[in-house]
Design a protein around this ligand. Structure first.
Ligand code: PAN
Ligand code: ZN
Length: 186
């Protein structure tokens, strides 16, 4: 029941070989949400996001590019919006572009000194993620948030740092608005 963006290129890029599809459910994301009591009340089978990626060259190839579309469902755990795990790239200095396709979101960016900032995602918005910057996206709207991503094929993903410590700030809903507040877990 995901509304897929009506893009000319999408079906061509995301068919054929070397396509990877993954689904992340609440039960896979136990460590990212702060409100453990609210989390415990929810169905672990709830889908939080899907990612469809195209890997035209082998992982680790220098000079190639990967392409993926992420679909984040609307929802919250307590006050915290449904969001991606978030990661640094394994080769830390590798950057990335995101382009919002549909919905409303926030892109959280944290540098290696733990400074977090957020960019608003609306259809058509383009976001440059510099190297050495952890990135996570949250759906702050009431429909699917989808965005395309383009990253170097040798970037790799380091999830460990974020799964241990999280971001220095978390994105929660207060009086109907998304706000960044310090992450007390840190
Ligand atoms: C994106 C992300 C995607 C899912 O393609 O991998 O949005 O988020 P997580 O990987 O944090 O679960 C990207 O940033 N690739 O590098
Ligand atoms: Zn990335």
């Amino acid at each position: 029941n995901i509304t897929k963006p009506n893009l000319i290129f999408k079906d061509d890029l995301l068919t054929g070989e070397n396509i990877d599809r993954l689904t992340r459910k609440l039960k896979d994301l136990g460590d990212i949400f702060n409100d453990k009591a609210a989390f415990a009340q929810m169905d672990g089978e709830t889908v939080v996001y899907d990612v469809e990626s195209s890997f035209p060259v082998a992982h680790g190839t220098e000079g190639g590019l990967f392409y993926g579309i992420t679909y984040i469902h609307p929802g919250k755990v307590g006050q915290e919006y449904f969001m991606t795990k978030g990661h640094f790239h394994e080769i830390r200095n590798r950057g990335e572009y995101y382009c919002t396709l549909e919905g409303e979101g926030m892109l959280l960016l944290m540098d290696e000194n733990g400074n977090t900032r957020a960019e608003k995602m609306i259809p058509g918005s383009i976001h440059y993620i510099p190297g050495n910057t952890a990135h996570r996206t949250a759906n702050v709207g009431e429909q699917i948030l989808s965005f395309s991503a383009f990253w170097p094929s040798d970037a790799g993903h380091d999830y460990g740092t974020i799964s241990e410590k999280g971001f220095s700030e978390i994105l929660i809903e207060q009086e109907g608005q998304p706000v960044l507040v310090p992450n007390i877990k840190q």
